[in-house]
Ligand binder design. Structure first.
Ligand code: GLA
Length: 376
């Protein structure tokens, strides 16, 4: 990477930082409702090799993009598009928050598949934020770094996401899932080691394009805000399982009822999943995953044919449980299964995709890995 940096920018770099992609085990579309999420970091990561500059200019290059170096002197929302908006947005956000961050030369590399719902953009934001903070002596780490990266994505890139992806990329640790309360940002590391129970977590990348994703995501957020307002609570997190029936009766329309039912039951499923995990009963947690998928499909309506076919094929292959992970409308499914069933499940899913006329899915098994860090 340092040789590539020299070739790109004609000078030496000051360091390399890495931040991982993630999958969410359970707790989907709960983060912008002040609820609970349970992601793990993937071994796949984005790296940022960087050096300070004497001026305020950003020069950005990516080994995954052909376009050449992007030079940005004028940092304002709406001015930068494509992949460059993520690192540019982070530097903008740091300056907005009053941090003294000057120019940077940045070379980006990595192996988080883009557009697969594995949070390659959050990884890019977090690696850049960590690099800029280190290079300019800004005291920014942990939850505060994750929140700054989310702020950049909301305000500079213009995606109204919650904080899960950035928090996962920064706070996750190897061998653990991250139980995050997105209201308080309290983070608990829960040991998660499927291999110890002869289990595997299979990730099936459907390769389905994220049709409708942006508009529909914002639309779901608005529905949740309307439901919370109608119920007189700050966020749907404030409705618990016992209060669900009363809340559903109080809501004015069928759409808000369905969205609310998903969020409230999904928060309860996170709790149930974590309780099983802590009790050493991971093998019994499959139905909780499958119930989450049904709720996302029927009540939240964020699945798509590829996601549903992948879950159904995995279940037919005898997995313990399966669900879509991430925002939906494409992206990945996760399945929890005995290790000896992985090959059979992959074959079953491939055959189902072929019969449905879908592109061949990509698959890998996920190992809970470390969050963002400096590599050198
Ligand atoms: C996307 C967003 C996250 C979260 C998930 C759904 O990944 O970036 O903030 O809302 O969707 O759980």
């Amino acid at each position: 990477m340092s040789a590539d940096f020299r070739r790109e920018f004609g000078r030496s770099s000051a360091g390399t930082w890495a931040a991982p992609g993630r999958i969410n085990l359970i707790g989907e579309h709960t983060d912008y409702n002040d609820g609970f999420v349970l992601p793990i970091a993937l071994p796949h990561q984005v790296t940022v090799t960087a050096a300070r500059r004497d001026d305020d200019t950003l020069r950005l290059a990516s080994r995954q993009a052909d376009a050449g170096t992007v030079t940005i002197d004028d940092l304002a929302p709406g001015r930068v598009t494509g992949w460059a908006a993520y690192p540019a947005g982070v530097v903008w956000a740091m300056r907005q928050r009053g941090h003294q961050v000057g120019g940077l030369d940045v070379l980006i590399d990595g192996d988080v598949p883009p557009g697969a719902g594995l949070s390659s953009s959050a990884a890019l934001e977090c690696a850049t934020a960590m690099a800029a903070a280190d290079l300019y002596d800004v005291d920014l780490a942990g939850q505060r770094l994750a929140e700054l990266a989310r702020y950049a994505e909301n305000e500079f890139v213009g995606v109204p996401c919650g904080v899960m992806d950035q928090a996962a990329s920064v706070l996750c640790t190897a061998g653990h899932a991250l139980l995050l309360d997105t209201r308080t940002m309290a983070a608990i590391q829960v040991p998660f080691d499927p291999a110890a129970a002869d289990l595997a977590l299979l990730v099936i990348d459907t390769r389905a394009p994220h049709r409708l994703a942006d508009g529909a995501y914002a639309d779901r957020r608005r529905a949740c805000e309307r439901a919370a307002a109608a119920l007189g609570v700050a966020a749907l997190r404030d409705v618990d399982g016992d209060g669900l029936d009363a809340a559903l009766t109080a809501l004015p329309d069928v759409e808000l009822r369905a969205r609310t039912r998903h969020v409230v039951t999904e928060n309860a499923r996170v709790e149930r999943f974590v309780a099983l995990l802590r009790a050493g009963r991971l093998a019994e947690a499959g139905p909780v995953l499958t119930a989450s998928h049904a709720s996302l499909r029927d009540d939240y309506e964020v699945t798509c044919p590829e996601l549903d076919v992948a879950v159904d094929a995995a279940l037919a292959a005898g997995v313990l449980g399966a669900r879509m992970t991430g925002g939906g409308f494409g992206g990945c499914v996760i399945a929890l299964l005995p290790q000896e069933r992985v090959a059979g499940c992959v074959t079953e899913v491939r055959q189902s995709f072929d019969r449905s006329g879908f592109a061949e899915p990509a698959t890998f098994t996920a190992t809970p890995s470390d969050g963002a860090r400096r590599l050198r």
